[in-house]
Design a protein around this ligand. Structure first.
Ligand code: PD2
Ligand code: ZN
Length: 289
């Protein structure tokens, strides 16, 4: 197929048509009417819209489907590797690595060793087999994909929770009120969390009820409370990324729409030896109360 350069003027025109609400087939017809070859016009249209959506490297059909969901503002948008340390309320936090698609940032020293131990001690007596929100019904249920034990703290339930929540809010520039309570998970040897998305599937019947409280999840931060003897990485299979679980560190990822185009499929790899403890905080687009 012949390629034709997409001039800034053409790009602006295509984006303006989309912004005015004209569907892609109408824009394509207009381009053909002004002399464009259909295949070349389609290519220009797709390339422009994907790049506009920040989806330049995802498959065209996935990008088109993703565009049916509006992009939402996300936490931590301005964070880049190379920033030496970020003052997050009461603590300096370092950026170990940052990437754009999926949007993932790894932080070092978000928690002190004492804070990790305190969260584990407070959670231990309240552990039960992990439940996840069933989007089909909106209720909590034991999920066979997740073989860890877990519990939730209420937001601000203990001073250590409140301190970490304030720190995360400052680090990511996201309102404290938009955060769910901290979830603590304990994985034993051989246990894992199979790959999943943290957002609520818009096609599931129970999702509208879940969204009434705070709207969609737009970000997750998984904080490592210990360093397992072996295994237990947080994995992003779409992009072959593995994040090592190191006590006090955290992996943050955001998703501006509830769609696989965000490439935020992720899981907890099996723990090969020892235990793995994490504290996960999910961030909603609105107030979670
Ligand atoms: O423990 C993890 O690495 C992990 C992996 C995937 C935690 C979560 N998801 C989660 O809490 O959502
Ligand atoms: Zn998850």
């Amino acid at each position: 197929m012949a390629t034709q350069p997409i001039t800034p003027e053409l790009r602006r025109w295509i984006v303006a048509q989309a912004a005015a609400g004209h569907p892609p087939d109408i824009v394509l017809d207009a381009m053909k009417a002004s002399g464009w070859n259909e295949a070349v016009a389609l290519d220009a249209l797709e390339t422009t819209m994907k790049s506009r959506l920040g989806l330049a490297s995802v498959d065209a059909s996935i990008a088109a489907d993703a565009a049916t969901e509006p992009a939402r503002p996300v936490p931590g948008a301005g964070i880049a590797a190379g920033t030496p340390a970020i003052r997050a309320a009461d603590r300096d936090v370092r950026v170990v690595m940052a990437m754009t698609l999926p949007r993932v940032v790894v932080f070092a020293e978000l928690l002190s060793a004492e804070e990790c131990a305190e969260l584990i001690a407070l959670a231990r007596s309240r552990l039960a087999r992990s439940e996840t929100v069933e989007t089909a019904t909106g209720a909590s249920a034991v999920n066979p994909a997740r073989t860890s034990d877990g519990m939730f703290f209420e937001p601000g339930e203990f001073p250590v929770c409140a301190r970490l929540e304030k720190r995360i809010a400052a680090l990511l520039g996201w309102p404290l009120e938009n955060g769910e309570g901290l979830q603590i998970l304990r994985y034993g040897p051989g246990t894992e969390y199979l790959p999943h998305y943290d957002y609520f599937d818009p096609d599931e019947a129970g999702t509208p009820a879940i969204l009434q409280r705070g709207g969609q999840r737009v970000g997750s931060i998984v904080c490592y409370l210990n360093t397992p003897e072996a295994g237990g990485a947080t994995v992003f299979p779409d992009v072959g990324l593995e994040v090592a679980p190191v006590r006090g560190n955290a992996v943050f990822f955001s998703y501006d729409r509830p769609h696989p185009a965000t490439r935020t499929l992720h899981g907890g790899a099996p723990v090969d030896a020892g235990e793995k403890w994490v504290a996960t905080k999910w961030l909603r687009e609105g107030r979670f109360e």
